[in-house]
Design a protein around this ligand. Structure first.
Ligand code: NAD
Ligand code: ZN
Length: 359
């Protein structure tokens, strides 16, 4: 079994964002030591943006990054790395990412690409990064992806959507402050949280599952159920959601995602549908594979008044549909987990296409 690397340090609790400045200061040795702070542009004119400006010292580089139009791209990472190298010849003491899965992945990939030569698209795959990146700190503003603990930074490149996946990708420091996810828009909060629910369902059902991943997956699933079907206060729910996301990420480190993620990657690649929403659109149609969990998911949709988009593949050209099937079919490790090494006899290109046609 793989000898996985875990998170070095984690702070959890309401109000802990105020400790970010201290964390960075402890890493500074001389007056010119600088940090790079990447913040989701959605916060530029909000209180969190202001708080990030207060954390940044005069010598730091603070960049508000737009992730609203599309998911992180390899060329976006290359551009940020060039900007940092033009800013200072030395390496930063930490690359901080304040945002959802997109910004956390951008921070993780940037930290790696500051020390590894070439373009980030060269490193899309498993263990292609050879040199450890610089220290990386992540602060989630949405809960669900598990990107705050995972060993991958998912990027869309010129030919594929695939992560820079290796031990060096795991962030060094995580700061989980439930106050920060409080004001997320309801729909986005739901979609990202369902990513966590689906991670748990998929990790718990497949050939790669084991006692270690099951323990995290079961607890994560149970917490999602409490949050979306129980009667918790918003404050309790946000705390649980942050930990469910964390545990879901850990569960995946030793298990794998399955049918929903394979199909969802195809949707996102061709249509640009964001990960959480794409997962929800796909999962709705997977009753044959994830039975009672799909029914439970539909109950959560209803309870939270979320209406999923329908017919998004209806007007796709034949070429785009084929590309979508190509992207999904190529995710061998996910199908292998879902159906075992003989998966091609169970999941055919025609079946994948038929599922896409339902969406
Ligand atoms: P996201 O980071 O893509 O953000 C979604 C939208 O919400 C964006 O428009 C963003 O600006 C906005 N937003 C974020 N936080 C907000 C807040 N508190 N208030 C208002 N708006 C806010 O969403 P996500 O679902 O967290 O992340 C999805 C990304 O994570 C995808 O790129 C996916 O591929 C990646 N992902 C990575 C992993 C991993 O292990 N690395 C796992 C799952 C998903
Ligand atoms: Zn996911």
């Amino acid at each position: 079994m793989r000898n996985f690397k875990g998170i070095d340090r984690c702070i959890f609790g309401k109000g802990t964002f105020s400790q970010l400045g201290d964390i960075l200061d402890k890493r500074r040795q001389v007056a010119t030591d600088f940090a790079v702070i990447l913040v989701d542009k959605v916060f530029e004119a909000k209180e969190l943006g202001q708080r990030a400006r207060q954390v940044a010292k005069a010598q730091d580089l603070l960049i508000f990054v737009n992730v609203s139009d599309y998911e992180p791209k390899t060329e976006q990472i290359d551009q940020i790395v060039s900007q940092i190298k033009a800013f200072a010849p030395a390496l930063p003491v930490s690359v901080v990412g304040i945002g959802g899965g997109s910004i956390m992945d951008i921070a993780k990939a940037t930290s790696l690409m500051l020390t590894n030569p070439g373009k980030s698209e060269q490193y899309q795959g498993l263990d292609l990064i050879k040199i450890p990146g610089v220290h990386c700190t992540v602060v989630p503003t949405l809960a669900g992806t598990g990107a705050e603990v995972s060993m991958t930074a998912v990027l869309t490149g010129p030919v594929k959507k695939l992560g820079l996946k290796c031990d060096y990708t795991v962030p060094d420091q995580v700061l989980l402050d439930p106050d920060i996810i409080r004001d997320a828009p309801e729909e986005q909060r739901f979609y990202t949280a369902m990513d966590c629910y689906i991670h748990a369902v998929e990790a718990l059902d497949g050939s790669k599952r084991n006692t270690f991943s099951d323990a995290y997956g079961q607890k994560s699933l149970e917490m999602c159920q409490e949050v979306f079907l129980g009667d918790l206060s918003r404050e309790e729910a946000d705390e649980k959601l942050m930990i469910a996301s964390y545990l879901g990420g850990l569960s995946l480190t030793y298990s794998q995602v399955g049918v929903c993620h394979a199909l969802s990657y195809g949707l996102s690649y061709v249509l640009g549908t964001r990960h959480g929403e794409a997962n929800c659109i796909v999962f709705y149609h997977l009753q044959d594979y994830y039975g009672k969990y799909v029914l439970e998911f539909r109950e959560m949709l209803k309870k939270h008044h979320i209406t999923l988009r329908q017919g998004i593949t209806r007007h796709l050209s034949e070429a785009d549909m084929e590309k979508m099937v190509d992207v999904a079919y190529a995710l061998d490790h996910m199908w292998d987990h879902a159906f075992g090494p003989d998966w091609k006899s169970i999941m055919t290109r025609d079946k994948i296409k038929a599922l896409y046609q339902l969406m």
